[in-house]
Design a protein around this ligand. Structure first.
Ligand code: MTE
Ligand code: MO
Length: 197
């Protein structure tokens, strides 16, 4: 059974579909380039930076972590929102606990196979609905949507959700990600229409 977290919007605004967004039945693909290839044997998920214990997990080890399934909404900064997506994956908080986040960590940079990065304050990551997802609507996450592993951030525009994620860096000061360096908002709250930085 999926945990329904589609009511998180109440924390930020009055409408489930944020202002300036249009609901879509499809799930469009938005990537800065080609879908990167990966190899199950050599792929690893790495955690480093301001942590007590750096982590390196193989694909099998990652799939062995306790998983959560949630029903979430997905808001792309270009104006579409896909409602009621069912995602299965590992909560960010589980990874943070295993690594032991140091007191001086304030910010997080996600790394990906295509060279994409995105940043968020640590407090925006330590929420139950921030997941490392490998399964959508009961099926293995499609490569173009970020398989084998992607981040979802239903409280933020979806560019904060790194597809093909393979690394998490805990930072002692903020650093800008790929789109954040190119004019998109660092905070990206859809209910305040924080689209541009
Ligand atoms: N690694 C990586 N992650 C990414 C992107 C990307 O180009 N590369 N695009 C972002 C943007 S702008 C959006 S809207 C969502 C789109 O996810 P989707 O293609 O599954 O709809 O992924 C985000 N994550
Ligand atoms: Mo986007």
């Amino acid at each position: 059974m999926a945990d329904d977290v589609t009511d998180i919007y109440r924390e930020f605004g009055d409408s489930r579909v944020p202002p300036g967004q249009r609901e879509t039945d499809r799930f469009p693909v938005l990537s800065k380039g080609e879908t990167p290839s990966w190899d199950r044997e050599t792929w690893s998920f790495d955690v480093w930076g301001a942590v007590d214990t750096e982590l390196r997990l193989s694909h099998d080890e990652f799939l062995d972590l306790p998983a959560a399934t949630q029903r979430q909404d997905f808001h792309c900064v270009t104006g579409w929102s896909a409602l009621d997506c069912e995602f299965t994956g590992v909560p960010f908080t589980t990874i943070a606990e295993r690594a032991g986040v140091r007191d001086d960590a304030v910010h997080v940079l996600f790394h990906a196979l295509d060279g994409y990065t995105t940043d968020l304050p640590l407090s925006d990551c330590l929420r139950e609905e921030v997941l490392f997802v490998y399964d959508r609507d009961g099926e293995e996450l499609a490569p173009e949507h970020g398989g084998p592993l992607r981040v979802v951030t239903p409280h933020k525009y979806a560019y904060k959700g790194t597809k093909w994620v393979d690394g998490v860096e805990f930072l002692t000061e903020p650093k800008r990600g790929y789109w954040e360096q190119r004019g998109y908002s660092a905070s990206a709250n859809p209910w305040n229409e924080e689209r541009y930085g």
